[in-house]
Design a protein. Structure first.
Length: 264
């Protein structure tokens, strides 16, 4: 079986993939182009460090930034599902129905629901905190979550974010334990395991972030305990590469056109 494993696309489609005729395509999340949201995020980080308030997110910005992600993500899925069946999990730029609903209520908008639209596409499965069997291959998808280790590593003091991380990490640990008991062959997740291909070091980030680890201790614990054959991740684009932990091969697939073939 030939599997095409694609790092965070961010709106990019890989033309040469059609020539390779894969049996299955796995994607690590962040499907759409999130340039507007990303630029605003890092501007707010810089402002916070300078003691300034975050920039106001008005209706126009919310709508434009969401539709940028939504429309480009659907184009990515339509393209890849024309090549082979596609399994993917959510990254931090992919919004659930609940998150879209909150935006619609807060800003009095009618933004389309991404998950609902994906459900209309043939040959696409969202593996958010669930697993699927593809011709005997067991693939589990863990959606993006805020790990307690990120809170500690980046010295986050926001009480709301700390509580969110605690809640989401507990949920992720329960899902990973369930995956372990079901003997997955491949874990498909967004962020890397802590300390593995997860070092932050790209232009434009705050100096205090450089060299810090943005990976997940929950995912690392799962790997050490259950030793899945393969872990596929992205999120930290500059961490692209391959490492092993015990018997597990870990691939950070990078982003925007980077991919890896697995022959299983």
């Amino acid at each position: 079986m030939k599997i095409a494993c694609i790092g965070d696309p961010h709106g990019v489609k890989i033309p040469q993939l059609k020539l390779q005729s894969p049996d299955l395509i796995l994607i690590t999340g962040d499907l759409g182009d999130a340039s507007l949201a990303r630029e605003r995020f890092f501007e707010d980080v810089r402002r916070k460090q300078e003691g300034l308030p975050e920039l106001e997110k008005d209706v126009g910005f919310v709508q434009e930034s969401y539709l940028e992600v939504y429309e480009s993500a659907l184009e990515v899925l339509k393209y890849y599902s024309s090549v082979a069946p596609v399994y993917f999990t959510f990254g931090n730029a992919d919004l659930t129905n609940a998150e879209v609903k909150r935006l619609n209520l807060k800003y009095k908008l009618s933004l389309p629901f991404f998950v609902q639209k994906v459900g209309e596409l043939s040959g696409v499965k969202v593996l958010n905190n669930r697993f699927a069997n593809f011709k005997g291959l067991r693939v589990g998808g863990l959606s993006y979550f805020v790990d307690n280790s990120w809170i500690k590593e980046f010295n986050e003091v926001d009480t709301k974010k700390i509580k969110t991380a605690g809640r989401e990490t507990k949920k992720a640990n329960r899902i990973l334990q369930w995956f372990g008991k079901n003997s997955l062959d491949i874990l498909l997740c967004h962020q890397p395991p802590y300390g593995i291909l997860d070092c932050v070091n790209f232009p434009g980030i705050p100096k205090s972030w450089r060299g810090r680890h943005a990976g997940s201790r929950a995912i690392l614990g799962y790997i050490r305990k259950y030793s899945p054959e393969t872990v596929l991740c992205g999120h930290i684009h500059e961490g692209q590469g391959r490492e092993t932990v015990g018997k597990t091969e870990i691939y950070n697939l990078g982003s925007s056109g980077t991919f890896q073939f697995l022959n299983l």
